[in-house]
Each structure stands twice: as structure tokens, then as C-alpha cells.
Design a protein around this ligand. Structure first.
Ligand SMILES: *Cc1c(COP(=O)(O)O)cnc(C)c1O
Length: 440
């Protein structure tokens, strides 16, 4: 392929992606759609500059405006998360977690975390699974006992396990809460005191639920006893991809050093500007959004359960977050169903569920799918639309209708939801392709 052909193809493919999302139903639980202002931040010149270090103590010149933006960003993060300290430089949620591992543990230490089928993230994972904690920082991992019925960490069994580990000379140094399959709050309040008494650092990974915590609608980890909280800036928050760390003041110095120079050089200054805008939006609109997200997730769960889908967490009302988990083994496997729905322009992802590994299923063809409503809610959808989405999913998965036929109705449905809501400005359509080359 000639260089010019590759160049033209890339510009065309980006536009086609926008056109596709413009007519699709985006249901990936870890994704969202940013406001036009956040997208503008991503195209600004900040992205070509270096700062390094802390505003006012930079390694580079040329940061007069960048410093002001970063100070505003940190200030907003402290307000939104009601924290004494915030560092918005981590370039992703994984980098934020790595900074916490570096600041508060040593290679060879033990950490408690949720297993992947119980919702844990690969950045909390073991070395033999190429998990970041094990592979990059040399931590040993023990998994929390997990209740599938309650879909959360079992408090009493966890306390027993920590005591057992101490007797075996494996006393854990860190407790990691939070996860990627995350329906109900984790028992931070119930366990943080016990963990502190046993010499552990408590981190809460709010990558998925940061926007709900910002809105005051999920749990409040720093008040419940967590020492530090890491997060991604782009899942239920509205930022560009990135990471944020918030904590009590006494941990500030350790975190700052672990972020720079420990785990970043450039900290992607255009993303810092985007995070700042997203945090301002969150401060203004975050509460109403978080409430609607949770209402939508419950409505979608109820509608799918009504069609015979095995929605997890039934005993507790299916979900208290932005996502639901659905056991699809009655209709096939998560991998195949993900592909079928994608052909109907319904975009969600397959999911390992508790018990899948024991049942011999693996991540390519797991027993479940995970469905998130952060993006459809940002587009202005409410409970009534969730019922329609459930019926589109049913037509593909249960009735086995032709995906192309369903896609036509999906595109028609999407026409009413073209702009980002919960934002200061939305004059540009949510997925409008903005060309700087002047191509059509
Ligand atoms: C998505 C996720 C991360 C990783 O975030 P990135 O920003 O993609 O690096 C970390 N922890 C949890 C629980 C996640 O779900």
C-alpha cells in the first residue's frame, strides 16, 4: 500500500467509524461520549507540549497557560470527589493504579483484590495472567471471597482469609476495592478499619463508577475509609481517556512522586484540559446524570428479565450502578451474542461471570454479556428507551431476526438522540466528524 493510500484510508475509516456510531446503540459499560468542548480540548496544541512535574515547579518552559488549566483541573477534582488532594496527571486508570502500587507497596508484597470473573480488573491481576500488579510491580495477589448471590465481596470470609494469610506469613499490605463488573458497592466501610488494623493500605479503584461517585449516587470511598482512590476519566465520567487519583492530604507527596517521575514523563496535557472540562460538567450536571444512569440500568435489567434473560443480582434489584450482567447461556455464549448484536449495530461486550472458569468457559466464549448505559444516558435516553433497547436485543438473541433488519430500526430509533446532554454546550452533534483537512 502506498503511503498516500494508507493516509487516505485512515482519514476515511475514522469518518466511517463516526457514521457507524451515529446510527448505533453504544452499550459498552466502560465507554461514554464526550461533549464538544472536551473534543475541542483534544485537538488543541497542549497535546504537543511537555510540562513534567507539578504546576509552578515544571521541568519545561512554555507552560504559562497549561499550568493554569492543570491547577483548575486539580481544584475541580478535589471539589467533585470532596478530597483534600487530587493528581490528574496519570495517563490512564492502569497508570493510576501502578502509581498507587509504587507509592504504597513493594514487589513481593501481597494484595487482596477481586478475581476477574468476580469483576476484578486485569490491572489488579496476577503475574501468571499478565496482570499489571503482578507482572509490572511484582505483587502477589490473593482473591477476595465473593458471593455470587449478593454480587459483592464477602466481608466475614475476607476477614478470615486475611487472618489466615497472616498466620501463613503472607500478611497482605494492600486491599484493592472496585472492579470492572461492578453492580453493587463494595464493603469498604465494613473492611477498611479491619484492614488498617492489620497494616494494610486501602485503595478504591473507581474506574467504572467515578461518575456515579461524583454524583453522590453509589458509595463514598474516601469517607468509608479508603486511603486513596484511583479512576479512569472516561467511563461514567465524561473526560477523554486518562486517569485521576484523589486522596487525603497525608498521601499527597507519595502519590506525586509515584506519578512523576515514577510512572509518567509527559502527562498528555490536552487530556488534562479535557479532564478539567469534564469535571466542570460533572460538578454542574453530575448528580442528575448519575440518578438517571442508575434508573436506566434498572429499567433495562427489568425489561430483559421480562424477556427471559438471566439478569444477575436479581435478589438485590439487579444493579445499583451503570451496568448489568446477563447470563446468556440459555441462548448461546457471550462471544457469539456479542458478534450477532454488533451486526445489528448494538454494541456491547461479552463477560466472564462468577463460576464461568469452573464451568470450563473462557473469555472468548464466556457465559455472559455486560451492558452499560452511561453513553445512551448521556445521549438523553430515559427508562422508556431502555425498554426499546431491550426489545431490539430480544429480537436478535431470542427471536433470531435478521440483524440487518433490526439495524434499520435501530438507526431510526437513534435519530431522536443526536446530541450530548448534561453539558454546557451541544451545538455540534455527538458523533459529528470534524475535519481539519476540509475533506467531505
Ligand atoms: C477500565 C479499568 C481500569 C483501566 O483503566 P484505563 O483507563 O483503561 O487504563 C482500571 N481499573 C478498573 C476497575 C477498570 O474497569
Amino acid at each position: 500500500m502506498s503511503a498516500k493510500k494508507a493516509y487516505d484510508d485512515i482519514l476515511r475509516l475514522m469518518r466511517e467509524h463516526h457514521n457507524w456510531f451515529d446510527r448505533s446503540i453504544p452499550l459498552i459499560a466502560s465507554e461514554n461520549v464526550p461533549s464538544p468542548a472536551v473534543r475541542e480540548a483534544l485537538t488543541c496544541d497542549f497535546g504537543n507540549r511537555y510540562a513534567e512535574g507539578w504546576p509552578g515547579e515544571r521541568v519545561y518552559a512554555g507552560c504559562i497557560y497549561i499550568d493554569q488549566v492543570e491547577l483548575i483541573c486539580n481544584d475541580l477534582a478535589r471539589k467533585v470527589f470532596r478530597s483534600e488532594f487530587a493528581d490528574c496527571r496519570a495517563t490512564s486508570g492502569v497508570v493510576a493504579n501502578l502509581a498507587i502500587y509504587s507509592a504504597f507497596s513493594n514487589p513481593g508484597d501481597w494484595m487482596m483484590a477481586a478475581s476477574i470473573p468476580s469483576g476484578g480488573h486485569i490491572s489488579h491481576g496476577k503475574k501468571e495472567h499478565s496482570g499489571t500488579a503482578g507482572l509490572v510491580h511484582g505483587l502477589n495477589i490473593e482473591h477476595y471471597p465473593f458471593s455470587k448471590e449478593e454480587m459483592t465481596i464477602d466481608v466475614d470470609l475476607t476477614k478470615k482469609k486475611i487472618e489466615e494469610m497472616e498466620r501463613d506469613g503472607k500478611a497482605p499490605k494492600m486491599g484493592m476495592f472496585g472492579g470492572s463488573l461492578f453492580l453493587f458497592p463494595h464493603p469498604v466501610e465494613e473492611l477498611a478499619g479491619f484492614m488498617h488494623d492489620h497494616g494494610m493500605h486501602v485503595n478504591y479503584d473507581g474506574a467504572h463508577v467515578a461518575g456515579l461517585i461524583a454524583g453522590g449516587e453509589f458509595q463514598d470511598p474516601l469517607r468509608e475509609g479508603a486511603d486513596t482512590m484511583t479512576m479512569s476519566s472516561h467511563k461514567t465520567l465524561w473526560g477523554p481517556q486518562g486517569g485521576i487519583i484523589v486522596s487525603h492530604e497525608k498521601h499527597a507527596d507519595a502519590i506525586k512522586k509515584a506519578v512523576f517521575p515514577g510512572n509518567t514523563s509527559s502527562h498528555h496535557l490536552h487530556h488534562v484540559a479535557g479532564k478539567a472540562i469534564a469535571l466542570a460538567e460533572s460538578l454542574e450536571f453530575g448528580k442528575a446524570y448519575a440518578k438517571q444512569v442508575i434508573r436506566n440500568a434498572k429499567a433495562l435489567a427489568e425489561a430483559l428479565a421480562g424477556y427471559g434473560f438471566g439478569v444477575l443480582g436479581e435478589k438485590r434489584g439487579y444493579t445499583a450502578s451503570h451496568q448489568i450482567a446477563v447470563d446468556v447461556t440459555k441462548f448461546g455464549d457471550g462471544g457469539t451474542i456479542e458478534k450477532d448484536l454488533e451486526k445489528a449495530d448494538i454494541i456491547l461486550n461479552r463477560q466472564l461471570l462468577p463460576g464461568d472458569i469452573k464451568a470450563g468457559r473462557h473469555y472468548m466464549h464466556p457465559g455472559g454479556v455486560r451492558i452499560g448505559v452511561p453513553e445512551t444516558t448521556r445521549l438523553g435516553m430515559k427508562e422508556g428507551e431502555m425498554k426499546e433497547i431491550a426489545s431490539f436485543i430480544k429480537r436478535v438473541v431470542v427471536d433470531r431476526q435478521e440483524p440487518a433488519k433490526v439495524a434499520k430500526d435501530v438507526a431510526e430509533f437513534r435519530k431522536q438522540f443526536q446530541r450530548v446532554q448534561y453539558a454546557f454546550e451541544n451545538a455540534v452533534k455527538a458523533y459529528e466528524y470534524i475535519s481539519l483537512t476540509g475533506r467531505k
